[in-house]
Design a protein around this ligand. Structure first.
Ligand SMILES: Cc1cc2nc3c(=O)[nH]c(=O)nc-3n(C[C@H](O)[C@H](O)[C@H](O)COP(=O)(O)O)c2cc1C
Length: 310
């Protein structure tokens, strides 16, 4: 059965976020309130297919069984490398694979990958078609266009003509980065286009959604699932089915769990971990002062000392 058809309408996904949704943070979110599906951070097919990069790529594909269902996301520009990587992912036991066609990072775009593929639609099609040969359901995550909003029709038509198993639309162009509000007004037209060209494709929307109930009206229109990225920074419990208020102790416990996992998986360096502290030490009296102290720490044990006193 197609991986995507296992989920009831309204299913939820934690968005792939480079440097954020690693094996540790995914488990933090799973403990707080799990979404229906996880994605890995994006991994370059050049890395997996080169001897030099393979070790690093395999680290990024590492998951715990408890994280399933989880989809590895890959990016690049060479169809044969996509195929080789997707075949390996299948052997590793993954049930689906996602292709990144939306990343606006200038280093990624300079290679022609990520949202760079919006400018080479024939290559984008070939990548989808070739990746499918590995036998896994292939999905695509993309944006509305590269420069102009009115590119959306031709670009999404191009993708849908390859009948991806699922399509996630981040409702902005590459040029818009994340600086303007997501274009929810296009959702009815996107649904219509999808139903005309590839009705079997599962449609997921993404952009500025803070909690599943924010997207209720779009689910009623025919969207199948929703993906939340930065919303998890504002509320790590955002996937909760029955939202409730969480105590300071619960948030501190969650931070403590994150520290444990960072150590367990030997993740490094220490400093990027500090970016997460604002998620947990927030919205209570004295939080900003505690965060200032935490920002000066140089190790997990120093951070632990501070939170253990709270
Ligand atoms: C720090 C960061 C890293 C990201 N890395 C990826 C990535 O690896 N793959 C991807 O498809 N999108 C990536 N994105 C985009 C998100 O998946 C998502 O499309 C975007 O944040 C909009 O959704 P949101 O408004 O819910 O955050 C990243 C976003 C952020 C903020």
């Amino acid at each position: 059965m197609n991986f995507w058809k296992r989920f009831s309408p309204g299913f939820t996904i934690l968005a792939p976020m480079e440097g954020v949704t690693d094996i540790a943070f995914r488990q933090v979110v799973a403990k707080a309130a799990r979404p229906d599906i996880f994605y890995t951070e994006f991994t370059n097919v050049n890395s997996y297919t080169s001897e030099k990069g393979r070790h690093n790529a395999l680290e990024r594909f590492k998951i715990e069984e408890t994280e399933r269902p989880i989809i590895p996301q890959i990016w690049g520009t060479k169809p044969d490398m996509f195929l080789e990587t997707a075949q390996a992912l299948r052997r590793m036991g993954f049930s689906a694979v996602d292709i990144n066609m939306g990343c606006p990072d200038r280093h990624v775009v300079a290679t022609g990958g990520g949202s760079g593929l919006i400018r080479t639609p024939t290559l984008a099609k070939e990548i989808i078609r070739t990746t499918k040969l590995a036998g896994l359901p292939v999905s695509v995550k993309t944006r509305l266009g590269y420069t102009r909003l009115d590119e959306w029709y031709d670009w999404l038509t191009n993708i849908l003509q390859e009948s991806p198993a699922a399509l996630t639309v981040h409702l902005r162009t590459k040029k818009e980065m994340s600086k303007v509000a997501a274009h929810y007004e296009l959702i009815p037209d996107i649904i219509e286009l999808k139903n005309q060209i590839s009705p079997e494709t599962t449609l997921i929307i993404n952009g500025d959604i803070e909690k599943p109930s924010d997207a209720q009206e779009y689910l009623e229109m025919g969207v199948d699932g929703i993906m939340i990225g930065r919303g998890v920074f504002h509320n790590p419990f955002c996937f909760e089915k029955n939202p409730r208020k969480h105590s300071r102790e619960e948030l501190i416990d969650l931070m403590s769990y994150h520290l444990d996992l960072y150590e367990k998986y030997h993740l490094s360096p220490y400093d990027p971990l500090k970016h997460f502290y604002k998620i947990y030490i927030n919205n209570f009296p004295g939080a900003s002062e505690i965060r200032d102290h935490l920002m000066q720490t140089k190790s997990i044990s120093e951070a632990r000392e501070i939170i253990n006193k709270l």
